[in-house]
Design a binder for this molecule. Structure first.
Ligand code: ZN
Length: 345
């Protein structure tokens, strides 16, 4: 039994003891959880009880963005030892699957992912996890930053899919947590500057605290015109769609230069219409992102180098006893909040 934050059913959270799998296999480690970030998906399960085909049908422990300390290792584990500070990749694929053999283990149909029904998440005191998906934190990366690796990994996956060339100019639509992480990953990946559009002045102000991030006020400015003016009517090299907002898709390809790239990161709830001919006329390359593969170690190296500082994005921290209050605040979607975290203490 383990103390955990349990989503009993849609709209109902409790902190209680629950039976979670804790058998330590030879290739596993046991981790005492220190910090867990609240993700939009956790909040969505709380408020809606489902995401697409994934429906909460039994009590489920929430949380998938975690850092902690190794307390026990399986017999075959060589690279980790008790006392190591770590963060964890929440998706566990079948390592023998065809997708895994291709290096694309994130799209393995058999992947299990923390806090995706029916799999329990990590908002609990201890978890057992494969050592292969557990990463040691550099000394200068805190637990709080370690719990930011998971959302930053999505940005890095988007940057990798874009195949950035040094000096590219990027445009990110949506200044939510993933939009900001994607902008920072694009800069780390070699972009010279990144435009970012949103309706929320508050979110843009947070994004603009970073050098070479230029906000576009989508409520009062025409983003396509701003981009045209800034690029001499040529367009941006890369567009990252991070909003999932249906309204942006119709004219999505206009601000992209001929031969440029569009990366779909945001997930519209319903199917959307896109203008294929505009994309064809420019021979745009299109890429998609589903979670991430092979980027956690890179994320940690970038953070340790000091080139990306995610600490300003942590806008609230709660003790585990106040975890329900943290979720209620997250569900209120205050534009000043980028990432709320819970410390298990
Ligand atoms: Zn997440």
């Amino acid at each position: 039994m383990s103390r955990a934050l349990v989503l009993e059913e849609k709209g109902k959270l409790s902190i209680r003891e629950i039976d979670v799998p804790d058998r330590l296999g030879p290739a596993d480690v046991r981790i005492e959880i220190d910090t867990v970030g609240i993700c939009g998906s956790d909040v969505h399960y709380f408020t809606h009880g489902r995401i697409g085909p994934f429906v909460v049908e039994a009590p489920m422990v929430l949380g998938h963005e975690a850092a902690g300390t190794v307390v026990d290792v399986g017999a075959d584990v060589k690279d980790l030892k008790p006392g190591d500070r770590v963060c964890m990749e929440p998706g566990i694929p079948d390592m023998t699957s065809r997708a895994s053999k291709l290096g694309k283990y994130n799209v393995d149909p058999a992947v299990t992912f923390w806090a995706t029904p029916p799999v329990h998440g990590c908002l609990t005191s201890r978890v057992v996890h494969p050592a292969a998906f557990t990463y040691r934190l550099p000394d200068n990366v805190s637990f709080a930053e370690g719990a930011m690796v998971e959302p930053f990994a999505i940005g890095l996956q988007a940057a990798a899919q874009a195949r950035i060339r040094p000096g590219d100019i990027a445009y990110v639509i949506g200044a939510g947590p993933i939009g900001i992480m994607t902008a920072l990953a694009a800069l780390a990946g070699g972009c010279a500057r990144v435009f970012i559009a949103d309706l929320s002045e508050t979110k843009l102000k947070i994004a603009e605290r970073y050098d070479n991030v230029i906000g576009i006020r989508a409520g009062s400015e025409n983003p396509a015109e701003v981009i045209a003016e800034a690029t001499g009517a040529w367009g941006v090299d890369i567009l990252f769609e991070c909003s999932g907002a249906p309204a942006v898709f119709r004219d999505l390809f206009r601000p992209v230069r001929p031969g440029g790239c569009v990366v779909f990161v945001g997930m519209p709830v319903e199917p959307v219409q896109i203008d294929i001919v505009t994309a064809q006329a420019k021979e745009l390359r299109m890429e998609t992102v589903f979670r991430y593969a092979n980027v956690f170690d890179r994320a940690l190296d970038i953070m340790a180098s000091g080139r990306v500082d995610l600490k300003p994005l942590i806008t609230g921290s709660y003790s585990f006893e106040d975890a329900i209050a943290a979720f209620e605040r997250a569900a209120a979607q205050n534009p000043e909040d980028v990432k709320l975290q819970i410390t298990m203490g």
